[in-house]
Design a protein around this ligand. Structure first.
Ligand code: CA
Length: 219
């Protein structure tokens, strides 16, 4: 089992990691919100533990962006202030559990184990168009695995086949504004995806609607 723990108090983070690893829970650490979000989105974790008060992005921001990007890993929120308000905010933001600081590592381990054993809340969800089927949970296109960004693009295109998906919308949705003005990013991914469609011998292709965006159509 692999867990991501986002915590800016490094001493605490290292101590918790050490103790969890004694219980066969592998832990990756991130010390600020930005790094935490990148790791949570790009990697596969069985569970993500988020401190609320973090530099750059709060735990609640990380959680809502994870969910926007369909990262379904269960999340445990931590807060130094054991105030009801924090708990309510965390759970409203979609956290699966909440633990007030200070906590015992054994308690955290028990919560992690309980969440990871719990069956996934998200049911298998497959988008279909012509000869393509995209599994939104496994990020598989006709059984081929996609990188997280390829998957996010295909997801958007498959949601509304034959309709234009605006380029700005895609950039924003997939890169969250990081790639603002970097139109080349998207072209690179589109050409990779076109190559994959050819490899799959699909009748579906991605067409560019100049000045607007992209759509998938069948030949
Ligand atoms: Ca903190």
């Amino acid at each position: 089992m692999r867990v991501l723990y986002v915590e800016d108090e490094k001493f605490l983070a290292e101590a918790v990691k050490h103790n969890l690893e004694k219980q066969d829970i592998d832990v990756d650490l991130a010390f600020d919100g930005e790094d935490g979000l990148n790791k949570a989105v790009d990697s596969i974790y069985d569970c993500v533990v988020l401190d609320i008060m973090l530099p750059k992005l709060s735990g609640i921001d990380i959680l809502s962006r994870m969910r926007e990007k369909n990262v379904a890993a269960p999340v445990i929120m931590l807060s130094a202030l054991s105030e009801v308000e924090d708990k309510v905010n965390g759970l409203n933001a979609g956290a699966d559990d909440y633990l007030a600081k200070p906590f015992k590592t054994a308690e955290l381990a028990a919560r992690i184990n309980a969440l990871v054993r719990r069956p996934a809340k998200v049911q298998s969800n497959v988008l279909k168009y012509k000869d393509l089927s995209y599994d939104t949970n496994e990020k598989l296109l006709n059984g081929e695995s996609l990188t997280s960004k390829e998957a996010a693009i295909i997801h958007e295109l498959m949601k509304t086949p034959e309709k234009i998906v605006q380029k700005d919308y895609l950039l924003n949705k997939v890169w969250g504004g990081e790639a603002y003005g970097e139109d080349n990013y998207i072209e690179v991914y589109m050409s990779r995806l076109r190559k994959m469609l050819r490899k799959l011998n699909s009748v579906v292709k991605i067409t560019t609607v100049r000045g607007f965006g992209y759509k998938i159509v069948a030949e």
